[in-house]
Design a protein. Structure first.
Lengths: 112, 112
DNA sequence: TGAAACGTCAACCAAATGGTTGAATATCGA
DNA sequence: TCGATATTCAACCATTTGGTTGACGTTTCA
Protein backbone atom coordinates (compact mmCIF):
# COMPACT_ATOMS: atom_id res chain seq x y z
CA UNK A 1 0.00 0.00 0.00
CA UNK A 2 1.60 3.20 -1.16
CA UNK A 3 1.55 5.94 1.44
CA UNK A 4 -0.70 8.82 0.51
CA UNK A 5 0.56 12.05 -0.96
CA UNK A 6 -0.44 13.68 2.33
CA UNK A 7 2.11 11.63 4.22
CA UNK A 8 4.86 11.92 1.63
CA UNK A 9 4.61 15.69 1.21
CA UNK A 10 4.33 16.22 4.96
CA UNK A 11 7.47 14.13 5.44
CA UNK A 12 9.30 16.28 2.89
CA UNK A 13 8.20 19.52 4.55
CA UNK A 14 10.81 19.31 7.31
CA UNK A 15 14.39 20.43 6.63
CA UNK A 16 15.91 17.90 9.02
CA UNK A 17 14.18 15.09 7.17
CA UNK A 18 15.22 16.40 3.76
CA UNK A 19 18.80 16.58 5.00
CA UNK A 20 18.56 13.00 6.21
CA UNK A 21 17.36 11.89 2.79
CA UNK A 22 20.29 13.68 1.18
CA UNK A 23 22.67 11.97 3.58
CA UNK A 24 21.21 8.57 2.73
CA UNK A 25 21.68 9.31 -0.94
CA UNK A 26 25.38 8.66 -0.40
CA UNK A 27 25.11 5.47 1.57
CA UNK A 28 23.05 3.48 4.03
CA UNK A 29 23.56 4.62 7.61
CA UNK A 30 22.93 3.53 11.17
CA UNK A 31 20.51 5.60 13.26
CA UNK A 32 23.27 6.89 15.53
CA UNK A 33 25.33 8.04 12.57
CA UNK A 34 22.33 9.73 10.97
CA UNK A 35 21.78 11.60 14.23
CA UNK A 36 25.37 12.71 14.65
CA UNK A 37 25.39 15.99 12.67
CA UNK A 38 22.12 17.25 14.16
CA UNK A 39 21.88 19.35 17.27
CA UNK A 40 19.00 17.43 18.71
CA UNK A 41 18.50 14.32 20.76
CA UNK A 42 18.81 10.84 19.34
CA UNK A 43 15.17 10.28 20.19
CA UNK A 44 14.15 13.24 18.04
CA UNK A 45 16.08 11.91 15.06
CA UNK A 46 14.59 8.48 15.68
CA UNK A 47 11.15 10.07 15.40
CA UNK A 48 12.10 11.76 12.13
CA UNK A 49 13.25 8.41 10.80
CA UNK A 50 9.89 6.98 11.82
CA UNK A 51 8.12 9.65 9.80
CA UNK A 52 10.30 8.96 6.77
CA UNK A 53 9.66 5.23 7.12
CA UNK A 54 5.90 5.75 7.39
CA UNK A 55 6.09 7.77 4.18
CA UNK A 56 7.96 4.94 2.52
CA UNK A 57 10.86 7.26 1.77
CA UNK A 58 13.31 5.08 3.67
CA UNK A 59 13.38 1.54 5.01
CA UNK A 60 14.98 0.35 8.21
CA UNK A 61 16.54 -3.02 8.80
CA UNK A 62 17.95 -4.17 12.13
CA UNK A 63 21.13 -6.23 12.07
CA UNK A 64 22.49 -6.96 15.49
CA UNK A 65 22.07 -3.93 17.66
CA UNK A 66 22.41 -1.59 14.67
CA UNK A 67 19.41 -0.42 12.65
CA UNK A 68 20.35 0.47 9.10
CA UNK A 69 18.50 3.16 7.20
CA UNK A 70 18.21 2.93 3.44
CA UNK A 71 16.82 5.42 0.97
CA UNK A 72 13.75 4.29 -0.98
CA UNK A 73 13.58 6.89 -3.74
CA UNK A 74 10.75 5.15 -5.56
CA UNK A 75 8.42 6.57 -2.95
CA UNK A 76 9.04 9.99 -4.45
CA UNK A 77 7.72 8.86 -7.78
CA UNK A 78 4.04 9.29 -7.02
CA UNK A 79 4.60 12.77 -5.67
CA UNK A 80 6.86 13.60 -8.59
CA UNK A 81 4.25 12.52 -11.12
CA UNK A 82 1.65 14.59 -9.35
CA UNK A 83 3.82 17.69 -9.43
CA UNK A 84 4.98 17.25 -12.99
CA UNK A 85 1.37 17.22 -14.09
CA UNK A 86 1.11 20.92 -13.34
CA UNK A 87 3.93 21.74 -15.66
CA UNK A 88 3.38 19.34 -18.49
CA UNK A 89 -0.31 19.20 -19.22
CA UNK A 90 -2.52 21.67 -20.97
CA UNK A 91 -5.09 23.35 -18.77
CA UNK A 92 -7.76 22.09 -21.15
CA UNK A 93 -7.20 18.48 -20.25
CA UNK A 94 -8.03 18.51 -16.57
CA UNK A 95 -10.45 15.62 -16.87
CA UNK A 96 -7.96 13.63 -18.85
CA UNK A 97 -5.23 14.57 -16.44
CA UNK A 98 -7.26 13.32 -13.55
CA UNK A 99 -7.99 10.04 -15.30
CA UNK A 100 -4.29 9.80 -15.96
CA UNK A 101 -3.45 10.28 -12.30
CA UNK A 102 -6.09 7.77 -11.35
CA UNK A 103 -4.64 5.11 -13.59
CA UNK A 104 -1.09 6.03 -12.78
CA UNK A 105 -1.26 6.15 -9.04
CA UNK A 106 -2.15 3.14 -7.01
CA UNK A 107 -3.68 3.14 -3.58
CA UNK A 108 -4.47 6.81 -3.49
CA UNK A 109 -7.27 6.60 -0.99
CA UNK A 110 -7.72 10.32 -0.71
CA UNK A 111 -10.89 12.23 -0.71
CA UNK A 112 -11.57 14.11 -3.83
CA UNK B 1 12.43 35.69 -2.56
CA UNK B 2 11.02 32.30 -3.41
CA UNK B 3 9.28 30.51 -0.57
CA UNK B 4 11.28 27.77 1.11
CA UNK B 5 10.82 24.11 0.36
CA UNK B 6 9.43 23.80 3.86
CA UNK B 7 6.52 26.05 2.97
CA UNK B 8 5.91 24.58 -0.47
CA UNK B 9 5.91 20.95 0.64
CA UNK B 10 3.79 21.74 3.69
CA UNK B 11 1.28 23.47 1.43
CA UNK B 12 1.15 20.39 -0.81
CA UNK B 13 0.62 18.05 2.14
CA UNK B 14 -3.08 18.85 2.47
CA UNK B 15 -5.61 17.13 0.18
CA UNK B 16 -7.95 20.11 0.15
CA UNK B 17 -5.16 22.33 -1.09
CA UNK B 18 -4.05 19.84 -3.74
CA UNK B 19 -7.63 19.63 -4.96
CA UNK B 20 -7.78 23.42 -5.15
CA UNK B 21 -4.64 23.44 -7.26
CA UNK B 22 -6.18 20.87 -9.59
CA UNK B 23 -9.31 23.00 -9.87
CA UNK B 24 -7.25 26.06 -10.76
CA UNK B 25 -5.51 24.05 -13.45
CA UNK B 26 -8.70 24.39 -15.42
CA UNK B 27 -9.23 28.09 -14.97
CA UNK B 28 -8.86 31.04 -12.65
CA UNK B 29 -11.56 31.10 -9.99
CA UNK B 30 -13.09 33.40 -7.39
CA UNK B 31 -12.73 32.44 -3.73
CA UNK B 32 -16.41 31.65 -3.34
CA UNK B 33 -16.36 29.34 -6.35
CA UNK B 34 -13.24 27.60 -5.10
CA UNK B 35 -15.01 27.02 -1.80
CA UNK B 36 -18.20 25.67 -3.29
CA UNK B 37 -17.39 21.93 -3.60
CA UNK B 38 -15.89 21.68 -0.13
CA UNK B 39 -17.80 20.80 2.98
CA UNK B 40 -16.18 23.43 5.11
CA UNK B 41 -16.67 27.07 5.83
CA UNK B 42 -15.66 29.79 3.42
CA UNK B 43 -13.25 31.09 6.04
CA UNK B 44 -11.49 27.74 6.13
CA UNK B 45 -11.05 27.72 2.36
CA UNK B 46 -9.85 31.31 2.54
CA UNK B 47 -7.17 30.16 4.96
CA UNK B 48 -6.13 27.37 2.61
CA UNK B 49 -5.83 29.90 -0.19
CA UNK B 50 -3.65 31.99 2.09
CA UNK B 51 -1.34 29.03 2.63
CA UNK B 52 -1.13 28.39 -1.11
CA UNK B 53 -0.41 32.07 -1.73
CA UNK B 54 2.30 32.14 0.93
CA UNK B 55 3.87 29.16 -0.81
CA UNK B 56 3.75 30.99 -4.12
CA UNK B 57 1.65 28.21 -5.63
CA UNK B 58 -1.16 30.57 -6.49
CA UNK B 59 -1.60 34.32 -6.77
CA UNK B 60 -4.65 36.33 -5.82
CA UNK B 61 -5.83 39.51 -7.46
CA UNK B 62 -8.77 41.52 -6.27
CA UNK B 63 -10.99 43.04 -8.91
CA UNK B 64 -14.00 44.73 -7.49
CA UNK B 65 -15.36 42.65 -4.67
CA UNK B 66 -14.12 39.43 -6.24
CA UNK B 67 -10.68 38.00 -5.52
CA UNK B 68 -9.42 35.88 -8.38
CA UNK B 69 -7.14 32.93 -7.73
CA UNK B 70 -4.62 31.92 -10.34
CA UNK B 71 -2.34 28.91 -10.44
CA UNK B 72 1.40 29.66 -10.39
CA UNK B 73 2.86 26.32 -11.40
CA UNK B 74 6.39 27.71 -11.63
CA UNK B 75 6.50 27.60 -7.84
CA UNK B 76 6.65 23.83 -8.10
CA UNK B 77 9.89 23.96 -10.00
CA UNK B 78 12.21 24.35 -7.04
CA UNK B 79 10.57 21.47 -5.23
CA UNK B 80 10.59 19.43 -8.39
CA UNK B 81 14.29 20.05 -8.89
CA UNK B 82 14.97 19.00 -5.32
CA UNK B 83 13.13 15.73 -5.87
CA UNK B 84 14.90 15.07 -9.13
CA UNK B 85 18.15 15.20 -7.19
CA UNK B 86 17.23 11.75 -6.00
CA UNK B 87 17.76 10.36 -9.44
CA UNK B 88 15.24 7.80 -10.60
CA UNK B 89 12.84 10.39 -11.99
CA UNK B 90 13.28 12.20 -15.18
CA UNK B 91 11.70 15.62 -15.38
CA UNK B 92 8.92 14.02 -17.33
CA UNK B 93 7.89 10.46 -16.90
CA UNK B 94 8.01 9.74 -20.58
CA UNK B 95 6.63 6.24 -20.49
CA UNK B 96 3.67 7.28 -18.45
CA UNK B 97 3.19 10.38 -20.54
CA UNK B 98 3.12 8.39 -23.75
CA UNK B 99 0.60 5.98 -22.30
CA UNK B 100 -1.44 8.96 -21.28
CA UNK B 101 -1.36 10.39 -24.76
CA UNK B 102 -2.30 7.02 -26.20
CA UNK B 103 -5.31 6.73 -23.91
CA UNK B 104 -6.24 10.24 -24.93
CA UNK B 105 -6.28 9.27 -28.58
CA UNK B 106 -8.15 6.03 -28.01
CA UNK B 107 -10.66 7.34 -25.54
CA UNK B 108 -11.72 10.33 -27.59
CA UNK B 109 -13.00 13.44 -25.90
CA UNK B 110 -15.61 12.43 -23.40
CA UNK B 111 -15.66 15.57 -21.34
CA UNK B 112 -19.17 16.80 -21.05
C1' DT C 1 28.82 -11.84 33.92
C1' DG C 2 28.30 -7.19 33.42
C1' DA C 3 29.25 -2.64 31.46
C1' DA C 4 28.76 -0.08 27.33
C1' DA C 5 26.56 0.84 22.89
C1' DC C 6 22.23 1.07 20.07
C1' DG C 7 17.79 2.48 19.69
C1' DT C 8 12.92 3.05 21.21
C1' DC C 9 9.20 4.16 24.47
C1' DA C 10 6.46 7.11 27.48
C1' DA C 11 5.34 11.24 29.36
C1' DC C 12 5.47 15.79 28.86
C1' DC C 13 5.62 20.60 26.66
C1' DA C 14 5.16 24.65 23.34
C1' DA C 15 3.90 25.89 18.98
C1' DA C 16 1.65 25.14 14.63
C1' DT C 17 -2.40 23.42 12.01
C1' DG C 18 -7.11 23.02 10.46
C1' DG C 19 -11.39 23.83 11.63
C1' DT C 20 -15.43 26.63 13.74
C1' DT C 21 -18.43 30.93 14.47
C1' DG C 22 -19.66 35.74 14.45
C1' DA C 23 -18.44 40.34 13.40
C1' DA C 24 -16.28 43.52 10.18
C1' DT C 25 -15.06 45.53 5.61
C1' DA C 26 -15.70 46.56 0.89
C1' DT C 27 -18.15 46.54 -3.30
C1' DC C 28 -22.03 45.87 -6.35
C1' DG C 29 -26.67 46.72 -8.06
C1' DA C 30 -31.36 48.47 -7.82
C1' DT D 1 -29.10 54.81 -0.01
C1' DC D 2 -29.80 50.11 1.20
C1' DG D 3 -29.58 45.33 0.98
C1' DA D 4 -27.07 41.58 -0.84
C1' DT D 5 -22.62 39.59 -2.15
C1' DA D 6 -17.62 38.65 -1.48
C1' DT D 7 -14.03 38.04 1.54
C1' DT D 8 -11.34 38.48 5.62
C1' DC D 9 -10.56 39.04 10.61
C1' DA D 10 -10.57 37.63 15.45
C1' DA D 11 -11.26 34.60 18.91
C1' DC D 12 -11.58 30.16 20.07
C1' DC D 13 -10.93 24.94 20.08
C1' DA D 14 -8.98 20.16 19.32
C1' DT D 15 -5.34 17.75 17.28
C1' DT D 16 -0.80 17.23 15.40
C1' DT D 17 4.06 18.21 15.35
C1' DG D 18 8.73 18.57 16.84
C1' DG D 19 11.27 18.74 20.57
C1' DT D 20 12.84 17.30 25.51
C1' DT D 21 14.16 13.87 29.30
C1' DG D 22 14.61 9.55 31.65
C1' DA D 23 13.72 4.74 31.80
C1' DC D 24 13.83 0.54 29.26
C1' DG D 25 15.04 -3.69 26.25
C1' DT D 26 18.76 -5.72 23.20
C1' DT D 27 23.06 -6.90 21.66
C1' DT D 28 28.04 -6.90 21.87
C1' DC D 29 32.33 -8.06 23.86
C1' DA D 30 36.12 -7.82 27.42
Amino acid sequence: MTPSLDIVFAALADPTRRTILAMLLEDDMAVTDVAHPFEMSLAAVSKHLGVLTAAGLISQEKRGRVKWCKLEPDALREASVWMQGFGQFEPVNLDAFERFLQSEIEGGTERS
